[in-house]
Design a binder for this molecule. Structure first.
Ligand code: NAD
Length: 297
């Protein structure tokens, strides 16, 4: 089975929300934005990724980010630091990048090796360069409805909706998962789009009942096929953020795709749904910070 087989095999039921194609469209828009910025006398946007240690998945993510950012026309740098780096050394790197005018976006790849305080490192990033949207300043801006930088995965979920004409206004949206990275920021974004939002989590008593009442279900849990198709309201929209690798090596989402697609009106597949949007939104955030920092927003 190919990586995007779910995305390409839609024959009945729900509209399959193709994240690969949507991400490609976002990336093309970003590349055009970079060209326009440079053609207008601006400087090439700069993204710096800090990678501490040799965590294999992190190395893969960083390579993908590097490739995508280079393709979009960014100046990309990866600062590689040893796994036994001291907290002070990592913090000094972030401070140096904060002070480097050519760096528009700083991304510290998480998780950091044991013994390092990731929250302290994240909080040091200049909020104007915080392209992951994880500093307290940007979180506060999100909650207050002010312009800021939004975490890439939930921003990608919103972008998929926008680019498929799916409005959240007035909808009952159930977000499953309350992480700082996905669940909570998505809930804020949906609220800002005038949705009525319920956040479910590991202590929620009757998840099925919440799903049954939802116009939109966003699953960001990390439990394979936790949400059954039979739990969905007819015509619901499903955004499946989960990425779970089974014993058979295949990736599956947090939603039982084959049954869900029979009831939903639209659904993101896994793989090929929300996943590809994260890097695309990282590029969009970096272009935005670069424009703002160059006074060309
Ligand atoms: P997390 O582990 O930080 O949070 C999981 C959340 O799920 C928690 O808030 C927990 O309360 C809730 N939860 C756990 N078990 C539950 C249950 N039985 N019922 C209801 N809620 C339950 O995870 P995360 O970082 O938010 O990631 C969630 C999933 O999304 C993972 O599969 C992750 O791999 C994936 N993810 C994908 C992308 C992407 O597509 N690019 C990005 C980030 C995360």
């Amino acid at each position: 089975m190919s990586q995007d087989s779910n995305a390409s095999s839609a024959t009945s039921g729900a509209q399959i929300l193709d994240g690969k194609a949507t991400a490609a469209a976002v990336r093309a828009d970003v590349a055009a934005g970079v060209d326009a910025l440079v053609a207008g006398g601006g400087r090439q946007p700069g993204l710096t990724v800090v990678l501490v240690g040799e965590d294999p998945p992190s190395q893969v993510y960083v390579r993908s980010k590097d490739r995508a950012a280079t393709e979009a026309g960014f100046r990309v740098e990866t600062v590689r630091m040893a796994a036994d780096s001291q907290q002070a050394d990592v913090e000094a790197t972030v401070r140096r990048l904060n002070g480097d005018d050519g760096v528009d976006g700083i991304l510290v790849q998480l998780p950091l090796p044991k013994g390092l305080d990731a929250d302290a490192v994240t909080e040091l990033i200049d909020p104007a360069k915080d392209v992951d949207g994880l500093t307290k300043d940007n979180i506060a801006r999100l909650v207050l409805g002010q312009d800021g930088l939004v975490p890439c995965t939930p921003a990608g979920c919103i972008e998929i909706c926008d680019r498929h004409g799916i409005s959240l206004s007035g909808k009952d949206v159930v977000v499953i998962g309350r992480s700082h990275l996905v669940g909570k920021p998505f809930a804020q974004l949906a609220l800002a789009r005038n949705a009525t939002v319920t956040i479910c989590h590991s202590r929620t008593r009757d998840l099925e009942a919440h799903c049954r009442a939802a116009d939109v279900v966003v699953a960001a849990v990390g439990v394979t096929e936790l949400v059954k198709g039979s739990w969905l309201k007819e015509g619901a929209v499903v955004l499946d953020v989960g990425i779970n690798r089974g014993d058979d090596g295949k990736l599956r989402g947090d939603v039982e795709f084959e049954t869900a697609r029979q009831r939903a009106s639209a659904i993101t597949p896994v793989p090929g749904g929300v996943g590809p949007m994260t890097i695309a939104m990282l590029l969009a955030n970096t272009l935005e910070t670069s424009r703002r920092r160059q006074g060309r927003a």
